[in-house]
Design a protein around this ligand. Structure first.
Ligand code: UFG
Length: 339
């Protein structure tokens, strides 16, 4: 079965391509290479022995999307990762985010509606919840006003799919709301490749440990949490990738209960920034240089997933630990720096 993975050279996309190929799916990747590199194809091949088909394509160019879907009219499903994801950048450049994340989704759904099989997996985010009143957070929690244009694109994205499913009875879709995906493939053949100064915690930690960054700034230790630092649900990227294969099979086997379903992808366990540092120090045997700084604007205090729906209905559960994730992130960072 042929599956299209948009943004398939990115962090979560590339790990999902590996899992799909290991499950026997034929994968076609589209990526515009704006935040990724062709070398990722070699990493995927090193793990799976298969080089996926690849087409450099910018989904913002509607006619190119049309041409692509005319050529690949035998797709069994689409997993749509291609999107921008930096919260701060989205606040500075909202229109770029709306064009990039929304118009591309619309074009893909328009072309998908021409195909026989219309199975669609969407990358959503726990950002749709904002600061939750009750933790762990369930999929039924009300959606809050988005805190950034990025977050808004995920909310709007879900709405676009929901509205489309109402009128297009052939379309079946699952939105996966990721909590904080971290880590790398255990082989260290693929991983996260942040451009410039990392904005996210884990690549900042691994770069600091190698001396690329002087020290980690811990953004605030006066939150109402056990140790005062923010709490997140860090989930190994390989677990996230596997969930996509499970979700896709659910659609392919017509096992879905509704034409549009939403699942949280988390571990159900909250870890503070200091917990993550401690885990890193344990698995690497290195002491991390860090300093407590002011709070970062826009951070929620605490968020972690209620995973019962994903466990029971989707039949998926995160298997790997925070230590596994930190060890793999560290192995990857050392590999890409040739250390
Ligand atoms: N943090 C630091 N120092 C850093 C970087 C991060 O202390 O240098 C802290 C943050 O304050 C936060 C935690 O580490 O408490 C995690 O921060 P990340 O930037 O790694 O992740 P976020 O939880 O802010 O963001 C993630 C995704 C977004 C998504 C958001 C939803 O990266 O795409 O969750 O909450 F929108």
């Amino acid at each position: 079965m042929k599956i299209l993975v948009t943004g398939g050279l990115g962090f979560i996309g590339s790990h999902t391509v590996v899992e799909l190929q290991q499950e026997g799916f034929e994968v076609v990747i589209i990526d515009n290479l704006s935040h990724s590199s062709l070398d990722v194809l070699d990493g995927i091949k090193a793990i799976t022995d298969i080089k996926p088909q690849f087409q450099k394509l910018d989904l913002k160019i509607k006619k190119d999307v049309k041409t692509f879907f005319k050529k690949y009219n035998d797709l069994a499903g689409v997993i749509h990762f291609a999107a921008k994801k930096a919260v701060g950048e989205s606040i500075k450049e909202p229109l770029m985010y709306y064009e990039n994340n929304i118009s591309t989704l619309v074009y893909v759904l328009q072309e998908l509606s021409e195909l026989n099989q219309q199975n669609f997996i969407f990358s959503s985010s726990c950002t749709v919840y904002g600061q939750a009143d009750i933790l762990p957070i369930t999929e039924n929690e009300a959606i809050k006003v988005a805190e950034s244009p990025y977050g808004n694109t995920k909310q709007i994205g879900e709405e676009i799919i929901r509205d489309t499913c109402k009128v297009n009875k052939k379309l079946n879709s699952i939105a996966l709301r990721y909590f904080n995906p971290i880590g790398a493939h255990p082989t260290a053949q693929i991983g996260e490749l942040p451009i410039g100064v990392p904005q996210n915690l884990v690549p900042y930690i691994t770069q600091t440990a190698l001396g690329i960054r002087e020290q980690l700034s811990v953004f605030g230790n006066d939150y109402k949490t056990l140790d005062g630092t923010c709490v997140r649900d860090y989930i190994h990227v390989v677990d996230v990738a596997k969930a996509h294969v499970v979700a896709l099979k659910r659609l392919l086997d017509n096992k879905n209960d509704y034409d549009f379903e939403v699942f949280n992808l988390g571990t159900g366990k909250g870890s503070s920034v200091l917990d993550v540092i401690e885990s890193f120090e344990k698995v690497s045997g290195k002491k991390l240089k860090y300093q407590i700084m002011d709070r970062r604007e826009g951070d929620v205090t605490s968020i972690y997933a209620e995973t019962t729906k994903a466990n029971d209905v989707l039949g998926w559960k995160a298997e790997l630990t925070l230590d596994d994730a930190m060890a793999s992130a560290w192995k990857w960072e050392q590999k890409i720096r040739n250390k």
